[in-house]
Ligand binder design. Structure first.
Ligand code: SF4
Length: 397
C-alpha cells in the first residue's frame, strides 16, 4: 500500500520491505527481511503491466466499449481469459488471485490517467543508483503518460548518495521522495532507534532538494513522549532541520503507539509515557510558528485530531492558528469530550471496526471512558486517554 495521496498511482515494487526496520514506533515491516530486486526483475514487472494494459485496451475495443474501462469490462477480460484469471465462479489459485489483483490495480491506474507511479517499499533509494535510474528510464519509456514518480526514502540513504547520483535519478524521472524525518532531536531519534541523526537528516534532505527532487518530510508530534522539556527540544531541533532543508511539503503525523510496534510494550510497561493530544496540538502550533519558509502543509491523517488539511502554508497558517486557539480556549473537560468524540464518532473507530480489530476489551475501555465523561469522575481524564490510546493502538487511518 502506498502512502496517503497515492491512490491514483501504479505501485511498483523496487525492493522488498525495509533495510533498517528498527524504528520503535513502526510496525510495518517487522519480522520481514529486506531484499533488493534487480533491474531486470523490475523491468519484467513493467512489461507485465504493459501486457495487462494492452489486454484491457484491446478487450474494451473488441467488445464495443471504445476504450472505456469499468467493472463490466473487467468481468469480460476475466471471462475471456480463464487460463490467467481462473473461473470467477470457482476457486482460484494463488497465481490467479495475484493476476486478478494486478488486473484491478492496472485498470484503476488507467482510469486515473496512468500519470503517477509509486515505488515500493520503505526505501527505494536503497537500490543502486544506476539500477534505479535504468528502471526509471525504462518506466518512462514504456509509459510516456507518466508524469510523477514518487517513493519513500531514508535520509541516511539520501545523505550517502553523491549529488551526481541524485541528479541522475532526478533526470531519469524521480519527482518526489517521502522521508520520515519524525524528529530533528538526536536524543529522540536515538531512543526511537531511527538510525539517523539530525545532521544526517539535514544533509540528506538538502542534497535531495538541491538535485531538484521534491521532498515531503514527515514529522511526528508526540515522539518525545510526555516529557515537556524533551518535547520542547524535539520541536526546536525538528524546526531547525526543516528550516535548513526547506522541503517542498511537510506532512504532520502525530504519534500513535501501535500494537505490533516495539514501542507498544514500552508504553504498556510504563517505560514510555504518551503525550496526549493537547500536547501534540501545542507541538503543531510551535512548528507552525517556527517555520521560516513556505511549503505545502499537510495533516491528512486521523491521529492529527484537530484538523485534516492540505494547502500552502502561507495561505492556511492563520486559519490553523485560529482553530488551535479556539480549541485551547476550551475548558479541559470540553477538550477531553471533543477528542473522545472525534476518535469514537469521527470515523477513526469505524476504520478500526472495518479492519476487524474492534474487540471486547476495546469496547470496555471506551464505555468506561464514556461513563466517566458523563459523570463527575475525577479519573475521567485518565480513562479517556486510555480509550484514545487504545483506539489508536489498532492502526492509523
Ligand atoms: S525506516 Fe521507515 S519503514 Fe523502516 S522501520 Fe523506520 S519508520 Fe519503519
Amino acid at each position: 500500500m502506498g502512502p496517503i495521496g497515492e491512490g491514483e498511482a501504479l505501485i511498483l515494487r523496487v525492493s522488498r520491505n525495509c533495510p533498517w526496520n528498527k524504528c520503535l514506533f513502526c510496525p510495518v515491516y517487522k519480522g520481514r527481511t529486506f531484499s533488493r530486486r534487480d533491474a531486470e526483475e523490475i523491468k519484467n514487472d513493467i512489461d507485465a503491466v504493459q501486457r495487462i494494459r494492452d489486454l484491457i485496451d484491446q478487450t474494451s475495443w473488441h467488445i464495443g466499449f471504445s476504450g472505456r474501462i469499468n467493472r463490466e469490462l473487467l468481468t469480460e477480460v476475466v471471462r475471456h481469459h480463464p487460463e490467467i484469471y481462473g473461473n470467477p465462479a470457482g476457486l482460484v489459485s494463488q497465481d490467479q488471485y495475484e493476476a486478478l489483483i494486478s488486473l484491478q490495480n492496472t485498470a484503476n491506474w488507467m482510469m486515473c490517467g496512468s500519470r503517477r507511479v509509486f515505488l515500493q517499499d520503505a526505501n527505494a533509494l536503497a537500490t543502486k543508483s544506476e539500477d534505479l535510474a535504468e528502471v526509471l528510464r525504462y518506466l518512462k519509456g514504456t509509459f510516456p503518460s507518466v508524469q510523477t514518480i514518487t517513493c519513500y526514502a531514508r535520509s541516511k540513504t539520501c545523505s550517502q548518495k553523491s549529488l551526481e547520483e541524485l541528479y541522475e535519478i532526478k533526470e531519469a524521472g524521480l519527482s518526489w521522495v517521502f522521508v520520515g524525518i519524525e524528529s530533528g532531536c538526536d536524543e529522540v531519534l536515538k531512543y526511537m532507534q531511527k538510525g539517523v541523526t539530525g545532521a544526517e537528516h539535514s544533509a540528506g534532505g538538502q542534497a535531495v532538494q538541491k538535485a531538484g527532487i521534491n521532498m515531503a518530510a514527515f514529522v511526528m508530534p508526540g515522539l518525545a513522549g510526555n516529557d515537556r522539556q524533551l518535547a520542547q527540544r524535539h520541536v526546536t531541533e525538528t524546526l531547525r532541520i526543516l528550516n535548513d532543508i526547506k522541503p517542498a511539503e511537510i506532512r504532520i503525523r502525530s504519534l500513535a503507539v501501535i500494537e505490533n510496534s516495539p514501542l507498544y510494550g514500552g508504553w504498556r510497561s510504563g517505560e514510555f509515557s504518551c503525550a496526549d493530544d493537547d500536547q501534540m496540538i501545542d507541538e503543531i502550533r510551535l512548528i507552525l510558528e517556527g517555520l521560516t519558509f513556505d511549503c505545502t502543509f499537510e495533516t491528512l491523517q486521523m491521529t492529527n485530531v484537530l484538523f485534516a488539511v492540505k494547502g500552502t502554508l502561507s495561505a492556511i497558517r492563520e486559519s490553523l492558528f485560529a482553530q488551535i486557539g479556539e480549541y485551547q480556549a476550551k475548558a479541559p473537560r470540553e477538550r477531553l469530550r471533543f477528542r473522545f468524540n472525534k476518535y469514537v464518532s469521527g470515523g477513526y473507530l469505524d476504520c478500526v471496526q472495518q479492519w476487524g480489530k474492534y474487540d471486547e476489551k476495546l469496547n470496555q475501555v471506551i464505555e468506561e471512558a464514556r461513563q466517566s465523561l458523563e459523570g463527575w469522575d475525577p479519573a475521567a481524564g485518565e480513562r479517556t486517554e486510555e480509550a484514545i490510546c487504545s483506539i489508536k493502538s489498532k492502526g492509523i487511518p
